[in-house]
Design a protein. Structure first.
Length: 191
């Protein structure tokens, strides 16, 4: 059996352990060492029910990054803005959806934060995610950031959404909006 040199052993000392505090943890890296952690990006999933399934709105991005890909509403949190307020602002700007619209049936926070890495900017992003449920028949009004919109049945999401984190969000949305959900009211955001 091969020995892992990082584990040490009878004739090996631990490799590359570095200084540790009294609890055994390494200190945080110096600024500029390791990727930055960002928390200023949000995702908003807009959903509606049809007779058989949930449908999720996707919008086609008009510019980089992710030009010509289908995505949920995405955006950045502005200075002094909370994540839920940013989600509502982005939904209004990108697809014309406001919470004063009587066709908005609910606004929810998803419990899971979406972590992902962007190599181009060497950043780990921790993205809060939100859901807006709309009544059947609601349609988006796109801004210049997008060239098209489409509704995707949740049952076909694995063929329409790009990222594993988006598929995880869709599973969470299905559980949240299922009849008898025990978490729906706890995750509802009242604005």
């Amino acid at each position: 059996m091969a020995r892992n040199p990082r584990q040490g052993g009878d004739d090996h000392e631990p490799v590359n352990q570095g200084p540790r505090d009294e609890r055994g943890y390494r200190p945080p890296p110096e600024p500029g060492r390791g990727p930055r952690v960002r928390t200023d990006v949000i995702d908003v999933y807009i959903v509606r029910r049809n007779a058989a399934d949930l449908e999720l709105l996707q919008i086609k991005r008009a510019r980089d990054p992710l030009k010509d890909t289908w995505q949920p509403v995405m955006g950045h949190i502005e200075p002094g803005e909370s994540a839920p307020r940013a989600a509502l602002r982005e939904a209004s700007e990108e697809v014309g959806l406001t919470t004063t619209d009587p066709r908005v049936l609910g606004f929810y926070a998803l419990e899971q934060v979406h972590p992902f890495y962007i190599a181009a900017i060497d950043s780990v992003v921790m993205s809060p995610r939100f859901v807006v449920e709309v009544a059947p028949g609601w349609e988006p009004t796109l801004n210049a950031e997008h060239t098209a919109a489409r509704w995707v049945p949740a049952a076909r999401a694995d063929r329409a959404f790009m990222w594993p984190g988006q598929l995880a969000a869709i599973r969470e949305i299905a559980a949240l909006l299922a009849p008898g959900s025990v978490s729906r009211e706890a995750l509802r955001i009242r604005v």
